[in-house]
Design a protein around this ligand. Structure first.
Ligand code: PMP
Length: 382
């Protein structure tokens, strides 16, 4: 029998709560409508304040556009850059930088492991990189990069910009541009912000904007900071049509974040992520990311002997929970579970319980209720 309601627990898009969904249903206003302009201004102000940024760009597009914007505005052919990759999306950044004709040095980890900061430090001694790129949480591995330590290290290199891909982390993992010495941070709407897909968000500090100035004209048009700055300073200006309903939805998501408190939200993700990972391990799964480098926003979960990927995910879907398949060499060997954004504790308990039910249906030994116990105990009792 099919579940009444499906919880989409892939690592983005994440479940969209009713108050955000309602913004998507509204009749679309003119992008010159004074009420809409107020809301857009509020979004820009909140994004800058919450993530400690000098500027922010809210564009129509997905996370990959945000990657392109981040690169195009601070480096140009044949600048040397360093890309730290902990998986598929780090590798995407490598490819993007290569396409731009940059001189790309890479540091790539074995999937599941994080590159030690000391190795990055050695690498920085070899060359004057114009920029260093790192994914905060790589969605293909669930590995979290040591962004605080990397930022500290890079603060000693005034000519090198530090760029963080927060597509699978922003609004879930602790991020603050100034405190963490990040020059560009970018994300997309559909993950820990809990908004439907369609917005690319790029934060930039003074240092990054100064670099943009130095580059003069760049070949990119839509992705150019200079085209968008007048709009971000006053949304009454026009360059490209804003996604009106998505901006309303983001405004509502930011209200939710401010009511929760950004630091509380980070702490909730840390606690909940750890609890889910513990419950999964107790069920007999393995978590791909090594302990100490696990993202709080998602888990890459390796199957135990005897569980077949397609069958597990299809049975789990019947039980009401949708998860994603593994990527790269983990396709067929692991599933990816998102636990970020605006999900609530009841939903989290439902998810681990549905996983127990799916395992049981597949003939695996299961102690019903154990994972709900673990989740509730560790979250409510600490
Ligand atoms: N970076 C990371 C870390 C991601 O997880 C993703 C999407 N899963 C992207 C970049 C690309 O984002 P999009 O699919 O929205 O283009």
């Amino acid at each position: 029998m099919k579940a009444n309601r499906e919880l989409v627990m892939i690592p983005g898009p994440t479940p969209v709560v009713e108050s955000i969904r309602k913004q998507m249903e509204r009749e679309t206003a003119s992008f010159k409508d004074p009420d809409f302009l107020n809301d857009f201004n509020q979004v820009i102000a909140d994004l800058k304040e919450l993530w400690q940024s000098d500027e922010v760009f809210v564009l129509v597009g997905s996370g990959t556009l945000a990657m392109e914007v981040a690169v195009s505005n601070i480096v140009q052919k044949p600048d040397p850059v360093l890309v730290i990759s902990h998986g598929y999306f780090g590798d995407r950044m490598i490819e993007l930088c290569q396409r731009k004709g940059l001189e790309v040095d890479t540091m790539t980890s074995e999937w599941g492991k994080a590159i030690p900061v000391e190795e990055v430090e050695q690498k920085l001694a070899e060359k004057n990189y114009r920029a260093v790129f790192s994914t905060h949480a790589d969605t293909s591995t669930g590995v979290k990069a040591p962004v605080v330590e990397l930022g500290k290290l890079l603060s000693g290199y005034p000519d090198t910009l530090f760029v963080v891909d927060g597509v699978c982390s922003t609004a879930g993992e602790a991020e603050a541009m100034k405190d963490m010495h990040i020059d560009i941070l970018f994300t997309a709407s559909q993950k820990a912000l809990g908004v439907p897909p369609g917005l690319a968000i790029v934060w930039a500090n003074e240092k990054a904007l100064k670099r943009r100035e130095e580059l003069g004209d760049i070949p990119e048009y839509y992705a150019d900071f200079h085209k968008w700055l007048p709009i971000m300073h006053d949304p009454n200006n026009y360059f490209g049509t804003p996604a009106v309903n998505l901006i309303w939805a983001l405004n509502q998501a930011l209200k939710i974040i401010k009511a929760e408190g950004l630091q509380n939200r980070f702490e909730r993700h840390r606690l909940w992520g750890g609890a889910v990972q513990q419950a999964l391990e107790e069920m007999g799964f393995h978590i791909l990311a090594e302990k100490g480098s696990r993202a709080s926003t998602l888990s890459n979960v390796i199957y135990m002997e005897g569980v077949e990927d397609a069958e597990f995910r299809s049975v789990l879907k019947q039980e009401g929970v949708v998860v994603a398949g593994g990527l790269g060499s983990y396709a067929g060997k692991a599933f990816r579970l998102g636990h970020m954004g605006n999900i609530d504790l009841n939903e989290l308990v439902t998810v681990v319980t549905a996983i127990e039910k799916a395992l049981h249906r597949l003939g695996q030994p299961v102690e019903f209720g154990k994972s709900a116990n673990i989740v509730l105990d560790s979250i409510l009792k600490g």
